[in-house]
Write a protein that binds this ligand. Structure first.
Ligand code: AMP
Length: 599
């Protein structure tokens, strides 16, 4: 039933008064995008006028766009690192923000191999919460009856550390799930989840997943939507069910929780849920012991209307697998966010994944856009200096890199995301997420760039020296056919002494040596989250990379400028490489990882 027409919204008829207010807010923000942006910038600059950072650039209390743009430079994380380090070491003076830094959010982006530390302030939680509060009102426009059941969401926290100065450092979602906003959220019939908060807040990923899955199985008929933050997470949950259904079914049969679950909070809260249900146990066992898991999601959770997972950007690689397991359920990508700042939401969440566009909410931060020419050479001095464009001035069809100025004290900070404008909602632009700049390989939240891959290959190939062997060419591939996915590195070797070639064991060790060199997010995914599988080296026949070059040239590449691609995904190239594989090797143990930073 739609509420009073006074509250109706151009986005569609809201289902309740709360939704009407949220939709109205979206309308107001997007209609007045430029005014809101001007106001946001002025608020940020006036409250931070006395910060060391703004004083360093002699902003002298100015709060207008023009002065800001003429005096404040665009920066990357590396530029801010000395300031961030001071805050991490305990300097509480107003360096970047006039409000006290409440904690650090550890981004999945890395700098020198470690997660980036993003300073944040308390009130940012309210801003994040506000964006979350807009998601269901939009979804309710497209999917009716979500108040008649629940959401099965696999949500996780990760381990926390402290900086030398005593501030907490943890991922943004770990911070959010531990906040009162999440823990004491008011009852909302449209947003009830099967997972108990105690299960979400358990840092042990096995115990957390086990209990969330168990709750989801008990409530299989109530589940109307199924989700995780990223597609990789939802697939990990399906894999978990594949591996653990006998034990889960046993718990359901007996009504007793597995001994593997030792977390006292989980054990207590599960007593409210567990009950012997032999019929359900029988059903789960029957479905799960089938060889064919096609459409398993809709078999176990027959009332699921859609999957709520991000399948844009690097996650698009999981769409076919998700389709397979879900029997083609729609996939909703609802929001676009980061540790630095939450950006915006998808106003048409039931659209096809390839058509997802995010509308940036102008009240979240001050947004600027660096025009990005996909064909330009980043090192060319002939390129004209590019001027940053304001939110409302971006042009449809053009690509930009996102640059933000936040309440927490980032000024003209390059996020590293490339976005393409697809249209406007009122005066707020909508963006297709094109890609993360520099990310070559990604399976879960890990992102590995070309330089990191190069260092890892060099490090590993040191093990080949005693065999008088070197790596002459390499490329890589994110293999997501396995769950979890894993990195595959193709190596062409030059063996100078055929009587002393590196053994299978040595090449296995090369896999681990590469992993040891990769950044801490990769190693955390491998060790703590189990979301990335062992790295694989596939040795290809001599001459394979020359064939690759011939292929590229036959398709129009220039001989002079040809460089072997450092990452491949195009099927004919993959087929060529795979048909030339002479041996394949895997990492036999886990790389080193602890929550503490190495530096
Ligand atoms: P983090 O800083 O670890 O929270 O990661 C944030 C990054 O994840 C963003 O800058 C994007 O590169 C990526 N990301 C977040 N949301 C989306 C989305 N909806 N689609 C594609 N990529 C996303």
């Amino acid at each position: 039933m739609a509420v009073d027409s006074i509250l109706s919204s151009p986005l569609g008829p809201p289902v309740c008064e709360k939704d009407a207010k949220a939709l109205q807010f979206i309308e107001e923000m997007t209609r007045n995008a430029d005014e809101v942006q001007e106001q946001v910038l002025s608020e940020i600059l006036s409250r931070n006028a006395k910060t060391e950072y703004l004083q360093r650039f002699h902003l002298d209390g100015a709060t207008d766009r023009q002065t800001f743009k003429s005096k404040i430079p665009m920066v990357t994380y590396e530029d801010l690192q000395p300031d961030i380090q001071r805050i991490a070491n305990g300097d509480v003076s107003p360096i970047m923000s006039s409000h006290p830094i409440s904690e650090f959010l550890t981004s999945s982006g890395t700098s020198a191999g470690e997660r980036k530390l993003m300073p944040t302030i308390k009130e940012e939680l309210d801003r994040r919460q506000q964006l979350y509060s807009l998601l269901m009102p939009v979804m309710n426009l497209y999917v009716p009856g979500l108040d008649k059941g629940k959401g099965l969401y696999f949500l996780f926290v990760k381990s926390e550390t402290k900086t030398p100065g005593g501030l907490l450092a943890r991922p943004v979602l770990t911070s959010y799930y531990n906040s009162d906003h999440f823990k004491n959220r008011p009852y909302d019939p449209y947003n009830i989840m099967t997972s108990p908060t105690e299960a979400i807040l358990c840092v042990d990923s096995f115990q957390s997943m086990y209990s969330q899955m168990l709750c989801g199985l008990y409530e299989r008929h109530q589940v109307l939507r199924l989700g995780a933050v990223f597609a990789s997470g939802l697939l990990r949950a399906i894999r978990f069910l594949q591996l653990n259904w006998p034990e889960l079914a046993n718990d359901i049969r007996t009504g007793r929780l597995s001994e593997k679950i030792t977390n006292p909070e989980i054990r207590t809260c599960m007593t409210r849920i567990l009950r012997p249900d032999p019929e359900l146990a029988e059903f789960i066992s029957k479905e799960c012991c089938e060889q064919n898991w096609e459409g398993i999601v809709t078999k176990i959770w027959p009332n699921t209307k859609y999957l709520d997972v991000i399948v844009t950007g690097a996650m698009a690689q999981y769409i076919p697998t998700l389709k397979y397991y879900s029997g083609g359920l729609p996939m909703a990508c609802t929001m676009y966010a980061s540790s630095e700042c939450y950006f915006g939401l998808n106003l048409n969440p039931m659209c096809k994944p390839s058509q997802v566009s995010y509308t940036i909410m102008p009240n979240m931060a001050y947004f600027e856009f660096l025009p990005h020419d996909p064909n330009s050479n980043p090192n060319s001095s002939r390129d004209l200096p590019r001027k940053l464009v304001d939110l409302v001035d971006v042009q449809v069809g053009k690509e930009y890199e996102l640059v933000i100025t936040t309440y927490a004290g980032l000024n003209r900070y390059r996020v590293g995301d490339i976005l393409r404008v697809t249209g406007f909602h009122n005066s707020a632009p909508q963006f297709h997420f094109v890609r993360r700049k520099n990310a070559l390989l990604s399976i879960d939240s890990d992102k590995t760039d070309e330089a990191e891959l190069q260092t890892a290959v060099e490090n590993a190939s040191n093990l080949l020296k005693e065999f008088n062997t070197s790596v002459v060419e390499y490329t890589s591939y994110a293999d997501t056919k396995t769950i979890p996915g894993h990195y595959v590195i193709y190596w062409e070797l030059l063996v100078k002494d055929s009587a002393n070639t590196p053994s299978h064991e040595v090449l296995n060790k090369c896999c681990l040596a590469m992993e040891e060199c990769l950044n801490s997010v990769y190693r955390q995914c491998r060790v703590a989250d189990n979301s990335v599988g062992p790295l694989e080296i596939r040795v290809v026949k001599n001459g394979t990379f020359e064939e690759l070059m011939d292929y590229a040239i036959s398709r129009g590449a220039s001989i002079n400028q040809y460089k072997a691609p450092r990452c491949v995904s195009f099927t004919p190239i993959m087929e060529l490489l795979d048909s030339r594989v002479v041996s394949s090797h895997f990492s036999q143990s886990l790389p080193h990882w602890t929550p503490e930073r190495r530096r």
